[in-house]
Design a protein around this ligand. Structure first.
Ligand SMILES: Nc1ncnc2c1ncn2[C@@H]1O[C@H](COP(=O)(O)OP(=O)(O)OP(=O)(O)O)[C@@H](O)[C@H]1O
Ligand SMILES: [Mg+2]
Length: 421
């Protein structure tokens, strides 16, 4: 199979050649032709298998031809700012040959350049729903010229968190239009949405929904909640892999990052309570090797493409099983392989079962290295840090008061999983 057999123009072929893409991935081979014909497509394929180009190439071909419109002709929606920026970079890379301009419309940065982009009639907008709604409210964005709507991470975009924002956007994007939905998981609202809003969609299923990345070596450690930090430090000492660590909450992400920094690791943290500048610095520093470890909430679970990530660690299991597939999909992308380790405390065993059911495979149990020197020393430090063995009355060795250490012990020690829905 070659890209030229998919009906792409010379310009696209040149851009692909430039990007070093030699042959289409299966999702590209099967989704590009119907999308080029203007059909609605629901595309499901594992993480890291090239879904972005599968929707961007047909969109750019369409924008390269056809009439000039007042306002965007194509709208790509993504669940996080980082993912929207990444898609924007890809769109620029492939759109340059066609002379198609694009703009990224996300929160956390100034409105003005985005208003200018709408005013200038930039044909391709890549947006997060929240900020796009702000522009609809203020009247700076009009969507009546949109011919193609793409929902990347479609199942996430259609879940409860985004539903109200998406409904308002959909009300402004007129039919007939082409709609493209892509994700590695297609649970929840996707089928109902497709029934209501898509026209005779072509379903391209390269991998069944929930299939995990092939080359990710998955293991799970059954640990006590209070052992997790020591286990994390022990795993980090085993190799030098660039490592992405997921926690369940923003506060836990901060705590874990602090713990690792104290242990001498180069670590950054990314979650929704950080400023856009901090988020960008964290991700860029992680990409360029300034930080070996990035501690994140599920904000970094979907779509993010960083070739160097060799190890994904679930410090906490995600409460929604689909998120597991996306999180571990941050490693072993394209041709690479990687490691995916999960920590499951007793109160998370039910979540583990849910993950194994969704992915249709059991995750290899790994022995907790309790007799390794690293683990023992880290555990001893952790125990003291959590106030179980205070050094002197009222203060631990870090000078914290009993109240502070108790709060920390509580945070890392006794969290109960809660389901999102
Ligand atoms: N045909 C190709 N040849 C070589 N590399 C490719 C090809 N298609 C995509 N890639 C590269 O593979 C990586 C993964 O692609 P992409 O981010 O589109 O995956 P995805 O399927 O969207 O994954 P996720 O489900 O995690 O979002 C990117 O770095 C991309 O540049
Ligand atoms: Mg993607």
């Amino acid at each position: 199979m070659t890209f030229s057999s998919l009906g792409l123009s010379e310009r696209s072929l040149k851009a692909l050649d430039h990007a070093g893409f030699e042959a289409p991935t299966p999702i590209q081979a099967r989704a590009i032709p119907p999308a080029m014909q203007g059909k609605d497509v629901i595309g499901c394929a594992a993480t890291g298998t090239g879904k972005t180009a599968a929707f961007l190439l047909p969109v750019l071909e369409r924008l390269a031809h056809g009439h000039k419109a007042h306002g965007p002709r194509a709208l790509v929606l993504a669940p996080t700012r980082e993912l929207a920026l990444q898609i924007g970079e890809e769109a620029q890379r492939f759109g340059r040959e066609h002379g198609v301009r694009c703009a990224v419309v996300i929160g956390g940065v100034g409105m003005h350049p985005q208003i200018e982009a709408f005013r200038a009639g930039v044909p391709l907008i890549i947006a997060t729903p929240g900020r796009l709604n702000d522009h609809l409210d203020s009247g700076s964005a009009r969507l009546d010229a949109v011919e193609v709507l793409v929902l990347d991470e479609a199942d996430r975009m259609l879940d409860m968190g985004f539903k109200p924002q998406l409904d308002r956007i959909l009300a402004k994007v007129k039919k007939p239009r082409q709609t493209l939905l892509f994700s590695a998981t297609m649970a929840g609202e996707v089928a109902a949405f497709a029934g209501r809003h898509l026209h005779d969609p072509v379903r391209v299923e390269v991998a069944r929904s929930g299939t995990t990345s092939e080359r990710a070596h998955q293991q799970v450690y059954l640990v006590g909640q209070e052992e997790k930090l020591a286990l994390l430090e022990t795993l980090l000492a085993e190799d030098e892999l660039t490592t992405l660590v997921f926690t369940r909450t923003k506060r836990r992400a901060d705590r874990v990052a602090k713990g690792l920094a104290r242990a001498g690791h180069k670590v950054a943290v990314i979650h929704a309570d950080r400023s856009q500048g901090q988020r960008r610095a964290a991700l860029e520093g992680f990409k360029d090797g300034t930080y070996r470890v990035l501690v994140a909430t599920d904000i970094a679970a979907r779509g993010i493409d960083v070739a160097e990530i060799g190890h994904v660690i679930n410090f906490d299991l995600p409460h929604v099983a689909e998120d597991y597939v996306h999180r571990i999909g941050r490693t072993a992308r394209a041709e690479a392989s990687g490691r995916a380790s999960s920590f499951a405390a007793p109160d998370e065993h039910g979540l583990l079962q849910g993950i194994e059911k969704l992915t249709r495979r059991s995750v290899e149990r790994a022995a907790v290295p309790r007799h390794s020197e690293k683990f023992k020393s880290a555990a001893a430090r952790g125990a003291m840090g959590q106030g179980q063995r205070p050094r002197q009355a009222g203060r631990d060795r870090n000078g914290r008061t009993a109240g502070a250490t108790q709060a920390r012990g509580k945070l890392l020690g006794s969290w109960k999983p809660r389901r999102r829905r």
